[in-house]
Design a protein around this ligand. Sequence first.
Ligand code: TXA
Ligand code: MG
Length: 320
Amino acid sequence: MVSLEVAPCSMDAAVDALRRGELVGLPTETVYGLAADATQDDAVAKVFAAKGRPQLNPLIAHVASAEAAAELVAWPPEADRLAATHWPGPLTLVLPRRAHCPVSLLASAGLDTLAVRVPRHPVALALLSAFGRPVVAPSANRSGRISPTSASDVIAELGAAVAVVLDGGLCDVGVESTVIGLLGGPPVLLRPGGVTREVVEAVVGPLAAPNVADTLRPHSPGLSDSHYAPALPVRLNATRPQGREALLAFGDADPSGFARTLWLAAPGDGHDVVTAAARLFRLLRAADALDVERIAVSPLPDKGLGEALNDRLRRAAAER
Ligand code: TXA
Ligand code: MG
């Protein structure tokens, strides 16, 4: 692995890099993004190439305000209500592109929709304001691997591809944004994430599941099986060890017999899924570096942020 030092890079250097069509490692409250100028086809193409991402998986356009988002996509009342309650924050809205939307069609991956989000991390907001144009930013990991939650993770994953990494510290939410489709009909939960289903439903009513016709397209990692995958195999709902395993422990888990234990949230943390989310990807990376056969994970509740945690873990454990 590369050894890493994260130089504190100025905002100006990051803005210049984006203007030149280069890639920037961008801290957000969810995970670090691999940012590029969304209006330059070549820059957007570089994002797909650097990640090894399938061209059919669309990207999120990040902007500094709801007003800026509404210039890119159709803006129904539900979008207004969700933006008013959750932006800036870990929520992404998928809406029909406007006719003269300046975002590269590559970002939409052949769909007539675009995902938009206003992140709340102060470094992300500062960059978006200074740059003044939409920025695509998928999670800054190689496609299918664990999402990065620190600047050094970004350098380890994609150091050769980025011109600048802005160091904004550890991501406090720790799982990606919730993705909601607003395409006529009931709002659709395309990916559970940092804003819980319960909280979104309080604003726009019950969320539908993606329909079968939609699932024929790989429009969300939610529908491609293996993702967020460490090198080691992952075993879910583990209560007793099976061989030499590292345990990602939660709540009142009994760690006896496991080779190593990393606590997602200990009893003293109040069985807290919020704490567990903030630590999940960091501890998966840490466990992956241990001398064990497998990573075992305690059962996690499915309520609140638990829905997103279990979603990521199911895919970390999925057959490759
Ligand atoms: O928290 C986040 O959302 C992070 C930070 C960096 O903002 N970004 C992120 O991007 O997770 P990415 O590319 O790893 O995931 C974007 C998700 C994928 O599930 C993608 O399929 C879905 O959003 N998506 C993007 N555009 C879409 C569209 N037009 N229709 C349906 N799904 C879309
Ligand atoms: Mg991702």
